[in-house]
Design a protein around this ligand. Structure first.
Ligand code: THU
Length: 160
């Protein structure tokens, strides 16, 4: 038996102003998307902005439903919107931000497990890493250089 450890390299910024200009711009697009979220039940709004290698930015936000499980996360709304419009897209970066009408979200909010798996499908297919940039409403920002670093021992189509 051998004990192995999985490394999750990430960069931690004190706030959005420390990011490179392009990343600030992408995060601002995510903020605008977040403001349009439909989250009347959780009061937790998430915005996502996806930069493609053709320079296009596709955004999405969470969409909730009175039958709670029928809702959808911002990241999956955005990635499926992007993939449906640009079927052979190459994704460069994804910015995510979350806020709540009930409290200030100060900690970085990473994508949920289902979103990580969904996003990884595209990273695996394109064979190029996708940078993930995530924050709350204010405060620290986490940047990872790839999706795989957020999803070790991941499942992909090579297992099928
Ligand atoms: N949510 C997202 O949009 N993305 C995530 O990665 C985590 C959670 C949404 C789903 C739901 O509308 C609300 O946040 C509370 O869970």
């Amino acid at each position: 038996m051998e004990k192995i450890s999985i490394n999750t390299p990430a960069f931690l910024y004190n706030d959005i102003s420390e990011l490179p200009n392009d990343d600030i711009n992408l995060m601002q697009e995510a903020v605008e998307a977040r403001k349009k979220a439909y989250a009347p039940y959780s009061k937790f709004s998430v915005g996502c902005a996806i930069l493609l290698d053709n320079g296009k930015i596709i955004t999405g936000n969470n969409q909730e439903n009175a039958a709670y499980p029928s809702g959808m996360c911002a990241e999956r709304v955005a990635i499926w919107k992007a993939s449906s419009e640009y079927p052979n897209m190459v994704v460069k970066k994804i910015a995510i931000t979350a806020s709540s009408s009930e409290r200030k979200v100060k900690n970085p909010v990473g994508p949920c497990g289902a979103c990580r798996q969904t996003l990884y499908e595209y990273e695996f297919n394109q064979k190029e890493p996708i940078e993930i940039i995530f924050m709350g409403e204010i405060g620290k920002v986490v940047v990872t250089e790839s999706l795989i670093s957020l999803l070790p021992f991941s499942f992909d189509s090579s297992y099928l």
